[in-house]
Design a protein around this ligand. Structure first.
Ligand code: VAH
Length: 327
């Protein structure tokens, strides 16, 4: 049975829906400290779970007979800068609890990492795409937390045989869930404004290029990677379970252009947030995800054009083609 922690955030509900189709509704437990708006929409059990509470987490794992855990409980980049103490307790303490429980209860564990696990050096040494193994001198609390967890997880694999798995996510774009206080959230908000016929004030500079991905690609990659056999992963890259995944790279100016093909009047102006701009400037502009593509067949399906059509349609707007048909 599967437990998703941090399940009330941007990714949990969609992963629950996907895994419940694959493994059955009652075999996927969605959990969080905050209930999603409508947990019944995800067709299966919801439980309260706080990843910083080892005993409480262990009780759920034993009572629900859990053998896989996806841990989405985290404070993202911008929120972690504002609340470093709570961020450490959740991002580091919570993951350590899950790894300790994995050791005791023989769990398979997925913990996401992020493009934020790299620092400014990587962007300079690998302008065409930062590889899985590179310098990780992060300049955000969130990135530092994730680098620690990546290394802790791989040591639990080497020393205790814990089946730890980790994907470094780009910025994730979703229509039916809110992003969680990150640096890439503009890429969701900009579409919401466009569909409402409003202009958008962007907090990042127009040329702030970052790796990005549609939420369906992200969740499909996560489910596929978790299903990959341990033997395959151990043979391919012994002791190393952290893979970059990417789909596209864009910046506010490119999103604006893509949206204007549907809403020609849509305007974007810029009011830079220095905290999130500094975080974005420290992150890679491009990701090299060849290992994920070669070892377990990762491939993305959404590019910027398809993402824009999807977001407009799923936020209640009409794309250019639909408007033409209607006229
Ligand atoms: C953030 N959306 O902006 C998250 C993610 C790669 C970005 O980690 O913090």
């Amino acid at each position: 049975k599967v437990l998703i922690t941090g399940g009330g955030g941007q990714l949990g509900p969609g992963l629950a829906r996907l895994l419940r189709e694959q493994y059955g509704h009652e075999n996927v437990v969605l959990s969080d400290v905050r209930k999603p708006n409508n947990p019944e929409a995800y067709n299966g059990p919801w439980k309260y779970a706080d990843v910083t509470d080892y005993k409480g987490l262990e009780q759920i794992i034993v009572e629900q007979d859990i053998d896989w855990v996806f841990n989405f409980a985290a404070l993202l980049s911008a929120v972690s800068e504002a609340m470093p103490e709570l961020a450490y307790n959740v991002n580091v303490g919570g993951c350590k609890n899950i790894l300790d429980l994995a050791k005791v209860h023989n769990l398979r564990v997925f913990i996401p990492s992020t493009i934020g696990a790299y620092g400014p050096a990587s962007k300079l040494t690998h302008p065409d795409g930062v590889p899985d193994i590179d310098i990780q001198r992060c300049t955000s609390f969130y990135g530092v937390h994730k680098v620690f967890v990546e290394n802790l997880g791989e040591n639990y694999l080497r020393k205790f045989g814990v089946d730890f798995r980790c994907l470094r996510y780009p910025g994730i774009i979703s229509a039916d869930t809110e992003p969680g206080g990150g640096t890439t959230d503009y890429a969701v908000d900009i579409y919401k404004k466009a569909v409402k016929g409003e202009n958008y004030t962007c907090y990042l500079k127009p040329d702030s290029t970052l790796p990005m991905m549609h939420v369906d690609d992200c969740l499909r990659a996560t489910a596929e990677f978790m299903k990959a056999s341990e033997e395959l992963l151990n043979i391919a890259r012994p002791g190393n379970r952290c893979y970059n995944i990417s789909a596209m790279c864009f910046n506010p100016a490119l999103v604006h252009d893509s949206i204007k093909t549907h809403f020609p009047q849509f305007q974007v102006d810029y009011k830079i947030d220095p905290v999130r701009q500094a975080i974005a400037d420290s992150w890679p502009r491009r990701f090299d995800d060849r290992n994920a593509r070669e070892v377990w067949g990762w491939d993305h399906e959404y590019d910027l054009g398809r993402l824009t059509e999807y977001m407009i349609q799923n936020l209640g707007g009409s794309t250019a083609t639909e408007s033409k048909k209607a006229s």
